[in-house]
Design a protein around this ligand. Structure first.
Ligand SMILES: C[S@@+](CC[C@H](N)C(=O)[O-])C[C@H]1O[C@@H](n2cnc3c(N)ncnc32)[C@H](O)[C@@H]1O
Length: 342
């Protein structure tokens, strides 16, 4: 196959990064993002939300942190163990424990798909329209931005960044965090629009369909596992159509929300999925992928992928001691799948 101009551009970029040494700048990106999470906590302290003293604030956040670890530490074993993300302190606790971990995972996975991933598509790398399914905290787009910046694509994401999530109050958490992000990220992600979406509704609203039809990058990062046990039980509805041979054949007509998401994605759009290996979520996704015309570009298991501790600034290390709680730095076993609709 001849080497296209796009592929050559990506190869040159890879070569430059390799020659200049890899992760220096990226570490700075992670540091700055995590510092923003700390600064958000400092803001809670200074404005004393709800008249809470600093001790009350710390106790509240520690309770939320423990709850978070209890639920996610066990791979969501039962349906009742869900977290309500409407509460701002719960949102902050998630950002503190898991957000950086997942941003790192997203950017790492995208870096690994560089030869055949989104960088090979001019529209997706210069001005992507992004739809994050269950992307409440903004993790997915931050990971994407770290990746794009690493490869020299620093244009603001102005074509549209959308979150479809059960908890739209994440928008408050995102907007507060956004104020503390480095200016390059404030400018780089000028606006994120939140719309309600629940994996438990089989079909998408017209507005959700329109968002998906526009997106050239769709992400599903750690959002399928919490609902996978439920989705697994959903029945398929079939309809009969006359096939090319003139004989009736059956096709899936209606199923669960993952099926609907893939159905409404536009041709050429990428879907990045990352989630825990244990659980039925991979099967749910791949069964739905098989109903449509997708190219599988990447399918890999990442084992205990860990972040270097140098990712934390002196300020962050001081805060970790103060709150006596460590953010998650090791990712466990995750599956990364990148597919593209044909
Ligand atoms: C573990 S967090 C992952 C967030 C982000 N993608 C990340 O990787 O950091 C799970 C996300 O799924 C959302 N969520 C939970 N249940 C949902 C449901 N039934 N439908 C849609 N989103 C849901 C949560 O609000 C949250 O944003």
């Amino acid at each position: 196959m001849p080497l296209g101009l796009d592929t050559i551009t990506v190869l040159i970029q890879c070569l430059k990064i390799w020659m200049n040494g890899d992760n220096g700048d990226q570490e700075l990106e992670f540091r700055d993002i995590f510092d923003a999470v700390i600064n958000l906590y400092r803001m809670f302290e200074s404005i004393k939300v709800g008249g809470n003293s600093n001790v009350q604030l710390r106790n509240t956040c520690r309770l939320r942190l423990n709850e978070m670890k209890r639920v996610y530490g066990n791979d969501l074993p039962n349906a009742s163990a869900r977290i309500d993300y409407s509460d701002l302190y719960t949102q902050w606790s998630y950002m503190y424990v898991y957000m950086l971990r997942h941003i790192h995972l997203v950017s790492y996975a995208l870096d690994d798909t560089v030869g055949n991933g989104i960088l090979t598509d001019p529209e997706a790398r210069h001005s992507p329209t992004v739809c994050m399914i269950g992307g409440g905290p903004g993790t997915d787009v931050l990971g994407l931005s770290v990746h794009l910046r690493k490869y020299g694509h620093k244009a603001p994401l102005r074509s549209g960044v959308y979150v479809l999530d059960k908890y739209t109050k994440w928008q408050i958490g995102w907007e507060l965090l956004h104020m503390f992000l480095p200016k390059r990220y404030q400018d780089g992600i000028p606006q994120v629009s939140y719309r309600g979406f629940d994996f438990k509704n089989n079909e998408l609203s017209v507005e959700q369909q329109q968002i998906l039809k526009k997106a050239n990058i769709v992400t599903m990062i750690k959002s399928l596992s919490p609902v996978a046990a439920w989705l697994k039980e959903r029945p398929k509805l079939y309809k009969f159509v006359i096939g090319p041979t003139g004989r009736p054949t059956s096709t899936v007509y209606e199923w669960h929300s993952v099926f609907s998401i893939l159905k409404h994605m536009k041709k050429g759009a990428f879907l990045l999925y990352i989630d825990n290996r244990t659980g039925p979520q991979r099967r749910i996704l791949m069964d739905a992928v098989d109903c449509f015309n997708f190219d599988k570009l990447y399918d890999k298991v990442l084992y205990d992928q860990s972040m270097p501790t140098s990712i934390f600034s002196p300020k962050a290390n001081q805060f970790k001691r103060e709150i006596n709680y460590n953010p998650c730095t090791v990712a466990g076993i995750n599956e990364v799948i990148l597919v593209r609709k044909k």
